[in-house]
Design a protein around this ligand. Structure first.
Ligand code: ATP
Ligand code: ZN
Ligand code: MG
Length: 302
């Protein structure tokens, strides 16, 4: 049995994650949720003084916005769409017949106007663009959403539906890169406070296909993405528990996000992988929260 299977099995046995029969789709116990809630309160405490505007979107987004985002150009392999039955009573009869004989009943499903949210910040950009120019102080937003990515895996840290807490900053290049650096420093401090050893490394997104290799190299060469890594399932390949992304003016020009003086806004986002952080805590401090080191419990529960 490899390491990954055994950590996942131990999480199932402890009841922290609940098997649904699908890799990467898990229920979570009350205890698991309490750890996430406590860590989110820590995030609130650290980020609370910045005056971010909080918004919460459901885990589905407007398909037209998703199409405009260009997600299908970069990550078609990860996307999830919502389809529904839109037929007549006659169609319904053949649908049921199809299910009865075990044929593919999903072929007749039609695309709805909703797709699953791939990252918490995707619904934000068109929302802010609709308001008109950003104020002189720029924009700062606090988001949290379940996100979907079609990447089934036995690694409990790679789920298909997971929560991402994000801060998104809009403003000048200097403003948003300062924001990103501040959260890199804060992220390291926060993880230290809960007893987790981290490294920060340069990273790239998994752009699809051969052309994607060039996009990934470009992203690395320009220091656009950093990750905060914590060993969970493998010491050799630690897991990204936070990401720090600088989009330059790519989203600003795509969505028409402008500053008060009419110039195109630069944007950056910082994401916490909430399940991954909880899993890192369980991996390092054990599956019994009441046995965690006192300083870690104090940092999380006061
Ligand atoms: P990875 O390199 O591990 O695939 P990523 O680069 O795709 O991660 P981002 O797209 O930057 O991650 O997403 C922001 C954060 O969401 C990550 O730092 C991570 O903590 C979390 N995350 C990403 N994908 C998953 C997943 N499949 N399951 C759980 N958490 C995830
Ligand atoms: Zn983001
Ligand atoms: Mg990924």
């Amino acid at each position: 049995m490899d390491m990954q299977t055994s950590f996942l099995d131990r999480l199932f046995e402890a009841g922290l994650l609940i098997d649904t029969g699908i890799d990467g789709l898990y229920g979570r116990s009350g205890q698991f949720e309490e750890v996430i809630a406590a860590f989110e309160r820590l995030i609130d405490k650290v980020g609370g003084g910045d005056g971010a505007e909080a918004m919460r979107f459901p885990p589905g987004m407007n398909r037209a916005f998703f199409e405009k985002s260009g997600y299908m150009k970069s990550f078609p392999q990860l996307a999830g769409t919502v389809h529904s039955f839109c037929g007549s009573e006659l169609d319904h009869v053949s649908l049921l017949q199809c299910m009865e004989v075990g044929e593919d009943w999903t072929k007749g499903q039609e695309a709805t106007d909703i797709v699953l949210t791939p990252a918490a910040c995707y619904p934000l950009y068109p929302t802010v663009a609709k308001r008109g120019n950003l104020p002189k102080t720029g924009g700062l937003f606090d988001l949290q959403s379940y996100c979907f990515r079609h990447e089934p895996s036995k690694d409990p840290a790679r789920q298909q539906l997971f929560r991402m807490r994000e801060y998104v900053c809009m403003g000048t290049e200097e403003h948003v890169t300062d924001f990103r650096q501040r959260w890199m420093d804060r992220g390291v401090e926060m993880m230290k406070a809960v007893g987790l050893d981290v490294t920060i490394d340069i990273a790239n997104d998994p752009f699809f296909g051969r052309a994607g290799k060039m996009l990934a190299n470009n992203q690395r060469d320009q220091n656009l993405k950093f990750e905060l890594l914590i060993p969970i399932t493998s010491a050799a390949n630690p897991t990204a528990c936070m990401s720090f992304n600088y989009h330059q003016d790519a989203f600003g020009s795509k969505w028409g996000l402008n500053l008060e003086d009419g110039s195109v806004a630069h944007t950056a986002c910082v994401g916490f992988g909430l399940e991954r952080i909880a899993l890192a805590l369980f991996h390092h401090h054990g599956l019994e929260v009441k046995e965690w080191p006192a300083n870690v419990r104090k940092a999380l529960w006061g």
